[in-house]
Design a protein around this ligand. Structure first.
Ligand code: GAL
Length: 428
């Protein structure tokens, strides 16, 4: 007979042996799962933003049938949820194989500065990307003196105002060329007819509107001066941006904080609002998802006061240090930078290809107009989509906007922004 003490000892040994025999194989299986040929792509292109990414993934899978692609997209426009998940993963030491990151400060001032990315200069040389494939102004946004840190996939434009031409005719208004015209003529006329003059939604869409207003009020030189630290946020010009923004907010939906970007856009397509200012992913959505015809069913102009200026947003992919499937990602990055990959992704996305040799016949009417502007316009960077501010600044700026939406106090807000600009090294 076993007494209780001996029974417990036997049980303990049995458990140890079981874990030893099977547990180790469980761990081995888990280990093997990690070693399996996979590629994890992290982005925020889910839901209505998914078609272009799916097309690129299909192309990758056709070329590399042995690699299983894990599409780790976290939904939420402008990466509002994805970026928080990404941060936890990178800081926690389990980065995805590759992730969507905006060219400019979101890449350079955040992940490169934190020494989390591998230099891709060799890849650029091997693929011949340095000689007249990507414009130099774009490579500059992806580089430091030490290297080139990601591969560009899209060129989006932030400062676009969308509308339905038939509705404008019905309401007797034209797309306004300036904010004065909007505030003094267009908006009151729409409001009289029970139409919301300007659609807007949750926080990031308010920031998006703000940057178009900022560009219009400051003009491109001073917009850039704000980000190089040469123009103070407390200067009269910068205060004016918030004063104009304040007036414009009067004409946006009262329930804006409860509207996603797509809800805000739908106010325009459903004839409840006159205009919406958002990036040209909107063209992808209207053509691919809503099956609308550019120029007939929907139309666009540069946001008021920004004609001749192209506020750039560029999505890119890089190679984080410690990526588990490095080689599979390098194959992916080659596809991202290739003409074939770029011309399969960008047409349904609403963006244009960063490559100078892209096949224009694959692009729709909106994109053909964007390509022309991209070549001819003055180029400046977006804030909310990562070009001019790093992650830290952007996160805090979201809070600043939230506060402004409640207290609408320009003097207070510029002091907060000035403090942030100092904290994040924009102003020395
Ligand atoms: C931007 C991104 C675009 C699009 C947009 C809306 O930040 O660069 O590709 O995804 O957000 O979510």
């Amino acid at each position: 007979m076993l007494n209780a003490g001996k029974f417990n000892l036997v049980l303990f040994i049995v458990v140890l042996v079981t874990v030893g025999l099977f547990g180790s194989s469980i761990f081995t299986i888990a280990g093997q799962a990690q070693e399996k040929d996979e590629l994890e792509i992290f982005s925020w292109w889910a839901g209505w933003e998914a078609p272009a990414l799916n097309a690129l993934i299909n192309l990758y899978e056709q070329k590399y049938p042995d690699v299983k692609v894990i599409n780790a997209a976290v939904a939420g426009g402008a990466g509002i949820h994805a970026k928080a998940v990404l941060k936890t993963r990178i800081l926690g030491g389990y980065p995805p194989d590759t992730f969507q990151v905006h060219a400019g400060q979101e890449l350079i001032g955040t992940w490169v500065k934190a020494n989390r990315m591998e230099d891709l200069t060799r890849l650029y040389k091997e693929e011949d990307w340095l000689e007249e494939v990507f414009p130099q102004k774009l490579i500059d946004l992806l580089s430091t003196k030490e290297g080139i840190w990601s591969v560009p996939l899209t060129i989006h434009r932030s400062n676009i105002m969308w509308y339905i031409p038939d509705n404008l005719k019905k309401w007797g208004v034209e797309p306004p060329g300036t904010w004065d015209e909007f505030l003094n003529e267009t908006a009151p006329k729409l409001e009289e007819q029970g139409i919301i003059p300007l659609a807007m939604g949750i926080n990031w869409t308010a920031q998006h509107l703000w940057e178009s207003v900022g560009l219009a009020v400051l003009g491109p030189d001073k917009w850039e001066a704000l980000w190089s630290g040469e123009l103070n946020w407390t200067s009269p010009e910068a205060v004016k941006v918030w004063e104009v923004f304040d007036k414009i907010l009067e004409y946006t939906p009262e329930n804006a904080p409860s509207l996603s970007s797509q809800d805000a856009a739908s106010l325009v397509s459903n004839g409840k609002a006159g205009f919406y200012i958002t990036g040209d992913w909107q063209a992808g959505y209207m053509v691919i998802t809503q099956k609308l015809k550019p120029k007939e069913d929907f139309d666009w102009v540069p946001s008021p006061g920004t004609k001749g200026v192209f506020m750039i947003v560029c999505d890119s992919f890089g190679l984080p240090k410690g990526a588990p499937h490095r080689e599979n990602n390098i194959k992916f990055l080659k596809l991202v930078g290739s003409k074939e990959g770029s011309d399969i992704f960008n047409p349904p996305k609403g963006s244009i290809s960063p490559r100078l040799d892209s096949d224009l016949s694959k692009y729709g009417a909106y994109q053909r107009s964007a390509i022309k502007d991209w070549r001819e316009n003055r180029i400046v960077g977006s804030l909310v989509h990562g070009v001019v501010g790093n992650e830290g600044f952007m996160n805090d700026f979201a809070t600043v906007i939230e506060t402004f939406l409640f207290n609408r106090n320009p003097d207070q807000v510029v002091r907060a922004c000035q403090a942030l600009a100092i904290e994040y090294g924009i102003i020395e």
